[in-house]
Ligand binder design. Structure first.
Ligand code: DGL
Length: 270
């Protein structure tokens, strides 16, 4: 009974951490495609090929359900995968919907027409590919009207985090927040639309100011997954072992992961 958590690299560990705390009895197979990160500067075809190859590996490891804990893959590849690639007995879910449901104060599966919501000015921080896809704005438009979204493509942040250069990552976050504020001086809410960014949460909050509500995905996805598994218990696949797989250098990736999660994490070659 294993569930897969996929990311281009280390960012999905923020989601893994939250789902492990929420569902301590479920084994999770984590797949970090560190050898090919960042995805945010790749084109949609490339992201689709890399994501489907990683998800196949997770199906082989005993997962029937895989969470794409990567906004870039969710934006660039998920719809195509759901339309024509995923076998009938498997499920692949993305990470946008729980976030948008929280922002628009909706319950799971509430398909009523879009309506006015409390927040009117929302800053979206994401990778260049996610911003270019406009997937976030599209999903939001199904649920809310009158929300002004200003998107900031945060080039370089994922690379800096993957390299463990947190000083550079912090400087880049501050300059991206400044750039956003020039376009939208007073956002009410900010979305961290990349699973790497919660690792920089405090920097985003500090640069944005204490009165801006910062939404990130880890806890929201954990709640949605718990709800989903309660309704679809058979989707916990046959795998029994938790494991961490990477296409990068297992030792280097293990060191970074251990540093981020503050517990010993051992990656193996995918
Ligand atoms: N964590 C991925 C995301 O949520 C980062 C993508 C990348 O590798 O650029 O978008």
């Amino acid at each position: 009974m294993a569930v897969g958590i996929f990311d281009s690299g280390l960012g999905g560990l923020t989601v893994l951490d939250a789902v492990t705390r929420r569902l301590p009895d479920v084994p999770f197979v984590y797949f970090g495609d560190n050898g090919h990160a960042p995805y945010g500067v790749r084109d949609a075809e490339d992201v689709y090929q890399l994501t489907t190859s990683a998800v196949s590996r997770m199906f082989d490891a005993g997962c029937d359900l895989v969470i794409l804990a990567c906004n870039t893959a969710s934006a660039a590849a998920l719809r195509r995968m759901q339309e024509s690639w995923i076998p009938a007995d498997k499920r692949v879910l993305g990470v946008f919907v729980p976030l948008i449901e929280a922002l628009t104060e909706r319950k799971w599966g509430d398909n009523s027409p879009p309506r006015e919501v409390a927040v009117k000015h929302v800053a979206l921080f994401a990778t260049p590919a996610t911003v270019a896809s406009r997937a976030f704005q599209r999903e939001l438009a199904f649920r809310a009207i009158g929300v002004d979204v200003e998107a900031q493509a945060c080039g370089g942040v994922v690379d800096a985090i993957e390299d463990g250069d947190m000083i550079l990552a912090e400087a880049l976050v501050r300059s991206h927040v400044d750039a956003l504020k020039r376009k939208m001086p007073s956002p009410e809410a900010a979305i961290l639309g990349c699973t790497h960014y919660p690792l920089m949460h405090d920097t985003f909050q500090d640069a944005l100011g204490a009165d801006v509500q910062v939404y990130s995905q880890a806890n929201l996805v954990a709640e949605s997954l718990a709800d989903y598994l309660a309704r679809h218990p058979k989707m916990i696949g046959p795998g029994t072992e938790s494991m961490f797989l990477t296409t990068g250098d297992p030792r280097r990736v293990s060191d970074r992961a251990t540093q981020f999660l503050r517990r010993k994490i051992e990656f193996a070659a995918a």
